[in-house]
Design a protein around this ligand. Sequence first.
Ligand SMILES: *Cc1c(COP(=O)(O)O)cnc(C)c1O
Length: 391
Amino acid sequence: MSDNDKDKKTATLLAHLGSTPYRYDGVVNTPVHRASTFVLETYEEFCNCFEAPFRYGRERTPTSAAFERAIATLDGATGAVVTSSGLAAINAVIMSFVEGGEHVLLPDNLYGFTRDFCTRTLSKYGVQTEYYDPMIGADIEKQIKPNTKLLYMESPGSLTYEVQDIGAFVSVAKKYDIVTAIDNSWATPLNLKPLDLGIDISIMSATKYISGHSDMMLGVISCNEKTIDIVRDTVRQLGNCAGSEELYLGLRGLRTLDVRLERHKHSGLELAKWLSSRNEVKKVLHPALPESAGHENWKKYFLGCSGVFAIVLKETNKEKIANMLDSMQIFKMGFSWGGYESLLFPEQLNQQRLTKPWEGDGFLLRIHPGLEDLEDLKQDLADGLKRLQAN
Ligand SMILES: *Cc1c(COP(=O)(O)O)cnc(C)c1O
């Protein structure tokens, strides 16, 4: 199958994208190319090496090219660029489009480490970062300034899962000729097609669902024609590159992505609905549930949902929270999500929002249902909620 076979259905693409067996003696998986150096045979080739497909490992190897092609095809992008992590991907995109004295708009539920990068690094270079209420919709226009160069989205946003009005944002950005980018780690190209909606750039932490096995770090940026050369150039200038082992694992993750996501989605939805009926739970933050902020936007723009979501507990007593979390049998406490194993993560959001305060003082739990049996997961959470009540 050729990578250009865009008419093939997603499951078929996932099984074969980036695989060129006859190039490797019939080996179906593109090998890990441990390469810094590619040698050139003649002086003429050396002189033309800027045209050569491979020149130096940091820029491209057959393994990175295969992964980039696969993701670009899934996203309907002109090209994709890999980075060492999702965070590196996001920060490279921001740096590609704003310079000192210019302005970037970011959602108030932005991934925390990018927020930190804006506050502590971009500020040093004179870039003006400003946050918007993720539910602002078409009123985003009021925050556009003459020097706004980038409108950045994360949908759903970190920890609180609001979904933005992507269509309204894209129209405003086009009106003012502003570049748009989105963090699509949650939905993946299976559940949201940002470039089809008119967004210029889609970013993923491939560490999460693409990997699926909690054993690597990887980022990827899908770009349209207008942005690909700019982003690729920034990533190169920063010296950012992904390891070949990670790229191999990224390709391997793609093979089962749709199968895994089905389970994550089913378990996530079932747990979310069940939790919303529980007394201990103040609110469930899951884009596919009507009570979640931006649910209408999710229905309008997304093709489906993935698994990870959050709940707000009524309980605020730290000892009781510890009582619940310390004895979980399956859900372990950890910062990641997207792997085969269930994780959860407690957070108090009170002081983080700038546009408007996060409601109440409840403890938020981010819940990533892994691939374990749903009934076992439910039991683990039910036992945990029972421990919340104990004295
Ligand atoms: C984890 C995460 C990132 C960062 O990705 P890394 O690969 O861990 O650097 C970015 N965005 C979101 C929404 C994430 O959850």
